[in-house]
Design a protein around this ligand. Sequence first.
Ligand code: 5GP
Ligand code: MG
Length: 172
Amino acid sequence: MPELIPVLSKDDIDKRISVIAHRISNDYKNDELVFIGVLKGSFIFLSDIVRCLTIPVRIDFVGISSYGSGIYSSGNIRLTKKIELNVRDKDLLIIEDIIDTGSTLSYLIDYLNSFDPKTVKVCVLLDKSERRDKKINVDYVCHKVKKGFFVGYGLDYNENYRNLQGIYCLKL
Ligand code: 5GP
Ligand code: MG
């Protein structure tokens, strides 16, 4: 059985989300904010942040696949679901579970820029720095980690563990 080492409790996450939601509400108070959630890993994170915002927000999702199964990215990035809203001249905030090498976000930023939005910024639950090879400006970060494979609170390992309330490091 893989071992799960606690990283952040639900309570820790709630506190960090309320700080980030406050910053976002302040930064976008005069803008037309659209959250772009990256499926599937960001679904819980996104739903918790939007409920703490004090400004209007629209919500859309993209599907991106790079991992297949297992803990290493295949490096082969595929769009599995397109956006549905018209985002031209809108202020987009990508909501992603975790940034590792940066390839997924780099691909996604290029994809979203093709719709002529006003701005595209990035909010991640976890910023994993060890394998970064693309320079990406991450505007909002809940928690920084160096290395490891993380599950829970939306993040999976072979589609398991998404429903855990906290975030854990998986030891295989
Ligand atoms: P990148 O393209 O930045 O290398 O990887 C980002 C994507 O890989 C994330 O969207 C996420 O789906 C997946 N990923 C990277 N690290 C982890 C991790 O520690 N745990 C989980 N569950 N997924 C990860
Ligand atoms: Mg992902």
